[in-house]
Design a protein around this ligand. Structure first.
Ligand SMILES: NC(=O)c1ccc[n+]([C@@H]2O[C@H](COP(=O)([O-])OP(=O)(O)OC[C@H]3O[C@@H](n4cnc5c(N)ncnc54)[C@H](OP(=O)(O)O)[C@@H]3O)[C@@H](O)[C@H]2O)c1
Length: 313
């Protein structure tokens, strides 16, 4: 199977390369070869490489900057997926795409005001341009009629790139005290976990007797994160505690305290409740979903092992 995989210089794209390279032939264009903001260049590139499947983790992900660069955010997150989907439909191939918890407004709660997780059927109401542009991409894919899987994920991190985990590890070495938002709830998603689930689903597709029957049965939008929920403050406390245990932090540990979002204003508003219900994913694909803290430990363990082998060289 020949897969066109975008965004391989990003966190998730890079992880997908490592995880999928043994099970498929990967075409991994860098931005210079396939610029998703250059709408006219996308279809000719796809027609030239003739993939059997497209996986699109590439996106405009600068959530705050998107407020002042909305045209570019919509082009990469809305228009490019529309063209990828149109070409997938034209070639009769599938498209696996990634979206975000930020399509929701974060106000879902029960009668007691407690957060309740969003299902795939809940109404979307993005609070910021990034979320709205990602929602535009989702709608374009669904409307195209191509075979598709759209995975909405949240709070993505890895041992590479720009993410909360690496920011906290850096700050923990520099500061004695950290003030972290404690009123936004959701689930941190390691790219190792996300890539592993994508691989399991890809293997199911490869083993299917008929790919078109498989797509008919399974296509749609799915929520994909590890199990369990936390807030940014608690997440950072777990990062620091595990990292210290694994020898990734050797300085005195900082004191971490919670602050409300109102004390940390950002250009883009974020949802308070980003919790996603994963029952559909579990039922459709029979996948065992790891807890977020376990996934965090696996990522930090991999970082600690990589550091050990670097020092041994
Ligand atoms: N990060 C999160 O917390 C989060 C949360 C929820 C959902 N998601 C979704 O998960 C997916 C993966 O996110 P991520 O964190 O791995 O993203 P990332 O690390 O920011 O990587 C984004 C990738 O997209 C590429 N890209 C951006 N603009 C492009 C363009 N015009 N043409 C071609 N490539 C372009 C980047 O290439 P360059 O290196 O050339 O810029 C990079 O490879 C995205 O769909 C994102 O919306 C992320």
């Amino acid at each position: 199977m020949k897969i066109l995989l975008t965004g391989t210089s990003g966190q998730l794209g890079r992880s997908l390369v490592k995880t999928l390279q043994d099970v498929a032939e990967l075409i991994t264009p860098q931005r210079a070869e396939l610029d998703l903001s250059d709408s006219a260049s996308i279809a000719p590139y796809i027609q030239q490489c003739q993939p059997d499947l497209i996986i699109n983790p590439a996106a405009y992900t600068a959530v705050d900057l998107a407020e002042s660069e909305s045209e570019l955010a919509y082009r990469v997150n809305g228009e490019a997926p529309r063209i990828l989907a149109r070409e997938a439909k034209h070639l009769g191939i599938g498209l696996i795409h990634f979206s975000t918890d930020y399509v929701f407004d974060g106000k879902k709660s029960d009668a007691n005001g407690e957060n309740t997780p969003y299902t795939e059927d809940d109404a979307c109401a993005p609070l910021n341009i990034y979320g709205a542009s990602k929602l535009a991409g989702e709608k374009a894919i669904v409307d195209s009629g191509c075979s598709h899987l759209i995975f909405r994920t949240s709070w993505v991190y890895s041992d590479f790139g720009k993410n909360f985990l690496l920011t906290i590890l850096r700050l923990a070495k520099e500061k004695t005290e950290l003030n972290i938002v404690h009123d936004q709830w959701g689930t941190p998603s390691s790219t190792l976990f996300l890539s592993d689930v994508v691989k399991q689903i890809l293997l199911q597709l490869q083993q299917a007797q008929s790919a078109s029957v498989w797509w008919q049965a399974h296509q749609g939008i799915y929520h994909l994160t590890p199990e369990g929920f936390t807030n940014w403050c608690e997440f950072s406390q777990h990062i620091v505690a595990h990292a210290a245990q694994l020898g990734l932090l050797n300085t005195a540990l900082p004191k971490i305290q919670g602050i409300p979002s109102s004390a940390y204003p950002t250009p883009a508003q974020r949802p308070k409740n980003s919790c996603l219900d994963k029952n559909k994913l579990r039922q459709e694909f029979g996948i065992d979903i790891q807890n977020w803290d376990r996934a965090l430990q696996s990522c930090l363990q991999a970082m600690a092992s990589a550091r050990l082998s670097d020092t041994a060289r």
